[in-house]
Design a protein around this ligand. Structure first.
Ligand code: GDP
Length: 522
């Protein structure tokens, strides 16, 4: 049942458009072109019917949901580089462990899971007028801050995140990536809380770890508090320029219209319980509808990894529904859609036991929301940052293949057909899209795109440009590794490889290089 084939070369018997000999007698008087069109129309009708059946099932599934059966919301942490996203996440995990509340906090594939009891313990110490009374199982926080895979999925009109934390450095205010994150969150209608981080850097700050941030603020000397206030006011003004109303969380009674600002310090831990509390309040007030468990499976591929003894696996974020071992899945691949069967459903060994490196727990079935590792055949060229579908008996395989490739096709459409331009490589479809967007707005042609590490074959491909436009014999590698062989080959051939984890840095280096090339020619 496991197949993987090129997107365009459909070699199955039943819908081979070139196979005129199998036509019915009724069609014998038609011209070749008419017969082709007839077949196309038939196929369109089939796809349409399959889509209707799928939508009907969705509607049924939605009807059967219950507000008593909720799944965990998925939270992403976004913002400009160096605002403290990673440190905040670390601190949340560690604070809880230190305070003996590790109970149930689990490190999942690509995410950290906080059970509700754990969160309730933390937040109950804070003011009671924002107490939490929902039946959410917990909160799933995506580990990689600003995870790009969340950025695409335009075609499905949904996103992998239910709620977000936007981190702003109090000393810097809104920065370029903050503004981009805001745009993305608004486009996806993801409600968010804004953490104004690094409050401890207000000059003279006196930490009061463990206390609600309001108490910390109240005990600050007047000049420290007034610095805090000035800077916070500046953030509020900048948010207003982006069309957002914002208020300090303890003054905000209109969750739906006004963004809550929570002062935090990832350094001292102040404000972190407050942040979690506001996050949960936001979730429960806005999203019970979205969070009802639905049997229809929804998942996003976060990462593609080779694991010794297991083979190539995909790490997925299971947002809704269930996955079972043996299920047939459809994922996007660099060479077309991949249809394959789940050989193993894996999660890491629980932290409490002796964790044997590389060992996983095998499951027969897993339920949303959680991070899961899937082992299956033919996943080598799977693309991170795309949706994954389940292929059931009621589905039309072609429709799912088209759906899974829609985002990819869109991005590949911007690759120069003449083969002239730079080579681009990125870790996920979302990061590739961001990079392509940059290049498009600067009129830099792209000759080829790849997802994943830079190998020798990529250098070889880029070297073609050496004979044409030398300055385009480049690989722009965004958030991916370059193998040593590839690096050596590039040096031998004179292919430039630009690498960076931050899109702006990559772009700056490259445009500077183009400038130099231009000057050299003069
Ligand atoms: P990210 O790029 O947004 O993930 O930022 P990091 O978490 O890597 O933090 C960037 C730098 O800021 C690091 O040097 C951190 O130690 C520092 N940092 C993060 N949060 C705080 C904070 O609350 N207070 C202070 N003083 N430094 C912080």
């Amino acid at each position: 049942k496991t197949t993987s084939k090129a997107y365009d070369s459909d070699d199955s018997d039943d819908d081979d458009d070139d196979d005129y000999s199998s036509d019915d007698d009724d069609n014998s008087k038609l011209t070749g072109a008419e017969r082709v069109r007839l077949k196309e129309m038939e196929k369109e009708r089939e796809i349409e019917a399959a889509r209707e059946r799928r939508e009907e099932r969705m509607r049924e599934a939605l009807k059967n949901r219950s507000p008593d059966d909720l799944r965990s919301p998925v939270c992403v942490v976004m913002g400009h580089v160096d605002t403290g996203k990673t440190k905040l996440l670390d601190k949340i995990r560690r604070t809880n462990v230190q305070e003996g509340e590790a109970g149930g906090i689990t490190q999942q594939i690509g995410a950290t899971y906080f059970p509700m009891d754990n969160l309730r313990n933390i937040t109950e110490r804070l003011n009671k007028d924002l107490s939490i009374d929902v039946k959410l199982p917990g909160l799933l926080v995506i580990d990689t801050p600003g995870h790009e895979s969340f950025a695409n999925l335009r075609h499905r009109g949904s996103s992998s995140a239910n709620v977000a934390v936007l981190v702003v450095d109090i000393m810097h205010g809104l920065e370029q990536q903050t503004i981009e994150s805001i745009k993305m969150l608004r486009a996806k209608r993801v409600p968010f809380v804004c953490a104004i981080n690094k409050v401890d850097r207000c000059y003279g700050w006196q930490p009061l770890p463990g206390a609600p941030i309001r108490e910390s603020l109240a005990q600050q000397p007047e000049n420290v508090f007034s610095e805090f206030e000035t800077r916070t006011q500046q953030v509020i003004t900048q948010l207003m320029e982006q069309g957002l109303n914002a208020k300090l969380y303890y003054e905000n009674k209109r969750f739906k219209q006004v963004v809550s600002l929570v002062p935090t310090s990832a350094h001292t831990g102040e404000g972190i319980p407050d942040l979690l509390m506001v996050l949960l309040t936001l979730t429960q007030r806005l999203m019970v509808e979205q969070l009802m468990f639905s049997p229809i499976m929804e998942a996003t591929v976060l990462d593609v990894k080779k694991i010794e003894g297991v083979g190539t696996t995909v790490d997925v974020l299971l947002m809704n529904g269930k996955l079972r071992r043996g299920d047939t899945i459809v994922v996007a691949g660099m060479n077309g859609p991949i249809v394959t069967q789940i050989r193993a459903l894996l999660t890491p060994q629980p932290a409490k036991e002796m964790r044997v490196k590389g060992e996983f727990v095998h499951h027969e079935e897993l339920r949303a929301a959680m991070g899961v590792k899937i082992a299956a055949q033919n996943l080598e060229d799977a693309i991170a940052g795309t949706s994954m579908f389940l292929l059931t008996d009621d589905d039309d395989e072609d429709e799912l293949k088209d759906a899974v490739m829609a985002d990819v096709a869109d991005i590949m459409g911007n690759v120069s057909v003449t083969g002239r331009g730079v080579s681009v490589q990125a870790s996920t479809l979302g990061s590739l899209e961001a990079l392509m967007e940059f290049l498009r707005t600067s009129d830099i042609p792209v000759a080829s795109v790849q997802i994943g590490p830079v190998h020798k074959k990529d250098v070889s491909r880029a070297s073609i440009m050496l004979e044409h436009e030398k300055e385009y014999a480049c690989i722009l590698a965004f958030d991916v590794k370059v193998t040593r062989e590839a690096q050596e080959m590039a040096e031998d051939l004179g292919v430039r490889i630009f690498t960076a984890d931050i899109i702006y840095h990559l772009f700056d280096h490259f445009t500077k290089y183009l400038e130099e090339c231009k000057n050299e020619r003069k």
